[in-house]
Write a protein that binds this ligand. Structure first.
Ligand code: PEP
Length: 251
């Protein structure tokens, strides 16, 4: 039995006031667990503020990215030691914006994954194809390449705390959501890919869908057997929408 997870990726949005207001709204609206784990991933400069606000609430806190290196001369980067210091539970790795805008390769994502697991933080590993790749029938090949690059480097035994997020690039921030059938097909394929390494890890693995999830479409996406919740961008910035998505995952 997998507990659904809904993770909000706030991306590069927010301010001290916006964060306070959003956290107040989320805490007020999420006062019973409802069978879903709720996570917010603010910009790193607001992690401390969110940690304080989330204390004694049902909301967990994660980061959007982390360095694969230990503390030292890496200007502008954030280390796993720092995330542990702030009691971050999760970190998003390999988001398509990191891959496309900051040239994060499969091998860099794998290094980050290995360092994250070693630091005792749970990785949310993002995979997904571009529109061009989907139209060329390459969806599963791309997802398999991204996934295997990490499994082969890290070892399947290091996936027990990991979460996978299937995020078709063409659906992220575009308002175009994968159909429930499209999402289920890829999620089932991902679970099968993991099962080739280890069946128990595959059946326990939470596989989230991400890409224009909103309050109106969440329930039908999450109703699929292999969709274990969502990674939510835009809609996670509106307390009521995010709460509705969390309730849909818990239903
Ligand atoms: C994301 O950033 O991971 C995401 C899925 O964004 P959105 O929900 O806005 O498409």
């Amino acid at each position: 039995m997998r507990t659904a997870l809904v993770a909000g990726n706030w991306k590069m949005n927010g301010s001290t006031d916006v964060v306070n207001e959003l956290m107040d709204g989320l805490i007020a609206g999420l006062n019973s667990s409802g069978g879903v784990e709720v996570l917010v991933c603010p910009p790193s400069v607001y992690l401390s503020q969110v940690e304080v606000a989330a204390k004694n609430s049902l909301i967990s806190v994660g980061a959007q990215n982390v360095s694969e290196n230990g503390d030292g001369a890496f200007t502008g980067e954030i280390s796993l030691t720092m995330l542990n210091d702030l009691k971050c539970e999760y970190v998003i790795l390999g988001h398509s914006e990191r891959r496309s805008l900051y040239a994060e390769s499969d091998s860099v994502v794998a290094k980050k994954f290995i360092a994250t697991v070693a630091a005792g933080i749970k990785p949310i590993l993002c995979v997904g194809e571009t529109l061009e790749e989907r139209e060329q029938g390459k969806t599963l090949a791309v997802v398999e390449r991204q996934l295997k690059a990490v499994i082969d480097a890290a070892g399947i035994e290091n996936f027990s705390t990991a979460v996978i997020a299937y995020e078709p690039v063409w659906a992220i921030g575009t308002g175009k959501t994968a159909t429930p059938a499209q999402a289920q097909d890829v999620h089932a394929a991902i679970r099968n890919m993991i099962a080739e390494y280890d069946a128990n890890t595959a059946s326990a693995m939470r596989i989230l869908y991400g890409g224009s999830v909103n309050a109106a479409n969440a329930a039908e996406l999450f109703a699929n057997e292999d969709v274990d919740g969502g990674l939510v961008g835009g809609a996670s910035l509106k307390a009521n929408d995010f709460i509705a998505i969390c309730h849909a995952a818990g239903a």
